[in-house]
Design a protein around this ligand. Structure first.
Ligand code: ATP
Ligand code: MG
Length: 418
C-alpha cells in the first residue's frame, strides 16, 4: 500500500471542525480590522526566499524543498508566506494607488524539518501583513488583533513575548558585541552556530541546541544597543499595549528565525506542546520591500502556526460532536422515493438530512441514525404511507409525533428554526 510521505498528514473529516472554526473566526476578525484576503502560489523561485529569509538561516540552509524545474530554473515550495506577499505587493504595484495595504492569507508551508508533535513538513499558517505604515500604533494593533483571535477561540496557556531587533543603523553594534562574546566560548556552541558566528551571530540566540541555549545565557542584550529612533518606537509599542491592557512579557532573547525582521518582534508561546513552544510569531520588516526590488515602504506582520493552534485547542477544549438535523428511515421502495425527494429538498434549504440508500431494516437504519447523531428521526413504512402521516421522533426526549406527509417539510424547517 502506498503511504503518505513522512512529516505530511491528512486532516480528516472528524478533525476538520476545529480548523474551520479557526479559519472563519480569523477571517471575520481580520476583516473588521481592515484586512483583505490574498491567495498566492505555493511555489516561487528559490531566489525569493534566499534573499528575504537570509542565506545563513535554518530555513534556507537546511529546510527548503528546492527543485530544478524542467527548464533548469530553481523553484522552491514556500517555507513561509511573507516573502510571497511582499513579492506580490511589488509585482502587482499594490503601492501605486495607496502604499497602505492590509493583507491576510491562509495556506500550506513546507519545511524539511525533523517531524515530531507540532512540527511537520507540510504545515499551515495564517498570515497577516501590513504595508506602508510606520507608526508603532500599527504594531500594537496587530498584536491586539492576534491576541483577540486567541481570546475568541478561548485558547488558554499562551503568553505574548515581545522584543525589538533594532534597525540596520544600530544592529551592527549589537552584532559586533555578540561576535566578541561568542568567539571566546565558541567551543560550547553547536557546529552550525560556530560557522555562523561571523556571518550571522543573531542566529545563535535562536538556536534550539541545549549547549547553545546555555552559552547564550549571559550574552549581550539587544535592547541595550537600540538607537534613539528604535528605542522611541519600542517604548511606544510597549506603552500602547499597556494602555490597552494587552498582556505581554518583555523577552530580550527573542530574535526569530528569519533575517528580515527589524524593530518590533513578537511571539506567542505555549507550554502545551513541549519543545514546539511558538504558536505564532511576527514583527516589523521595514527593509524587505526595498530589498526585493520595491519602493521603500515599511511593513509589519505575523504568522500563526495553524496546526499548533489546532493542537492546543484540542488539548484545552472538547469540541462539540457533529450531528445531523434529521434522518429519514424509509421502508419499501415507495417510501424511499419520497424520502429521497425530501432529503434533497431539505439539503437545498440548508438542513442536514440523511437517509439510507441500501434497503436496510428499520433496526439498522435506527442504528445508523444514532451513529450520525441525528436530532430527529422520521419513520415512514407502508402503514404510515397509507395513513398519509410520518412518525417523527425526538432522539433526545424520545417523544414521538405523527406529522401529515403534506406538512412534513414545513415541520422539519420549523423545528430547525426553533
Ligand atoms: P520554531 O521555532 O518552532 O521552529 P519558527 O520560528 O521556525 O518556529 P516561524 O517561521 O516564525 O516559525 O513560523 C510561524 C509559526 O509557524 C510558528 O510560530 C509555528 O507555530 C509554526 N511552524 C513553524 N514551523 C512549523 C512546522 N515545521 N510545523 C508546524 N508548525 C510550524
Ligand atoms: Mg523553525
Amino acid at each position: 500500500m502506498i503511504q503518505k510521505i513522512k512529516g505530511f498528514k491528512d486532516i480528516l473529516p472528524e478533525d476538520i471542525g476545529i480548523w474551520q472554526k479557526v479559519e472563519s473566526t480569523a477571517k471575520s476578525i481580520f476583516e473588521s480590522f481592515g484586512f483583505s484576503e490574498i491567495r498566492l502560489p505555493i511555489i516561487e523561485s528559490s531566489e525569493l526566499f534566499k534573499r528575504s529569509i537570509g542565506e545563513n538561516t535554518d530555513i534556507v540552509e537546511k529546510e527548503m524543498y528546492t527543485f530544478a524545474d524542467r527548464n533548469g530554473g530553481l523553484i522552491t515550495l514556500r517555507p513561509e508566506a511573507t516573502a510571497s506577499v511582499v513579492r506580490s505587493y511589488i509585482q502587482n504595484k499594490m503601492y501605486a494607488k495607496d502604499p497602505e495595504r492590509k493583507l491576510y492569507t491562509i495556506g500550506p508551508m513546507f519545511r524539511r524539518e525533523r517531524p515530531q508533535k507540532g512540527r511537520y513538513r507540510q504545515f499551515y499558517q495564517i498570515n497577516a501583513e501590513v504595508f506602508g505604515i510606520k507608526s508603532p500604533l500599527i504594531d500594537a494593533q496587530l498584536i491586539l488583533m492576534l491576541t483577540n483571535l486567541f481570546e475568541k477561540l478561548e485558547v488558554k496557556d499562551v503568553i505574548t513575548h515581545l522584543n525589538s531587533l533594532g534597525c540596520p543603523g544600530c544592529r551592527p553594534d549589537f552584532r559586533r558585541a555578540l561576535i566578541d562574546f561568542f568567539k571566546p566560548v565558541s567551543d560550547e556552541l553547536c557546529k552550525d552556530c560556530i560557522r555562523r558566528i561571523d556571518k550571522n551571530p543573531l542566529r545563535v540566540l535562536d538556536c534550539k541546541s541545549p549547549s547553545c541555549k546555555k552559552a547564550v545565557e549571559n550574552a549581550p542584550v539587544i535592547t541595550d544597543y537600540l538607537c534613539a529612533e528604535c528605542e522611541t518606537h519600542f517604548i511606544a509599542v510597549v506603552d500602547t499595549l499597556k494602555k490597552q491592557n494587552i498582556p505581554f512579557k518583555l523577552n530580550t532573547r527573542l530574535v526569530r528565525g528569519l533575517d528580515y525582521y527589524t524593530r518590533t518582534t513578537f511571539e506567542i508561546q505555549t507550554s502545551l506542546l513541549g519543545a514546539q513552544s511558538a504558536v505564532a510569531g511576527g514583527g516589523r520588516y521595514d527593509g524587505l520591500v526595498k530589498v526585493l526590488g520595491g519602493p521603500d515602504q515599511p511593513a509589519v506582520g505575523f504568522a500563526i502556526g495553524f496546526d499548533r493552534l489546532v493542537e492546543i485547542m484540542a488539548v484545552s477544549q472538547k469540541q462539540k460532536e457533529s450531528c445531523i438535523d434529521i434522518f429519514i428511515a424509509a421502508l419499501g421502495e415507495k417510501s424511499s422515493t419520497i424520502a429521497y425527494r425530501w432529503i434533497c429538498e431539505l439539503n437545498l434549504s440548508g438542513i442536514k438530512a440523511e437517509m439510507d440508500f441500501s434497503g436496510k431494516s428499520l433496526k439498522s437504519q435506527m442504528r445508523k441514525a444514532g451513529k450520525l447523531n441525528a436530532m430527529y428521526v422520521a419513520i415512514m413504512g407502508e402503514v404510515e404511507l397509507n395513513d398519509g402521516a410520518v412518525i417523527v421522533r425526538d432522539m433526545k426526549t424520545k417523544v414521538q409525533e405523527s406529522i401529515p406527509i403534506k406538512k412534513f417539510i414545513e415541520s422539519v424547517k420549523d423545528r430547525k428554526a426553533a
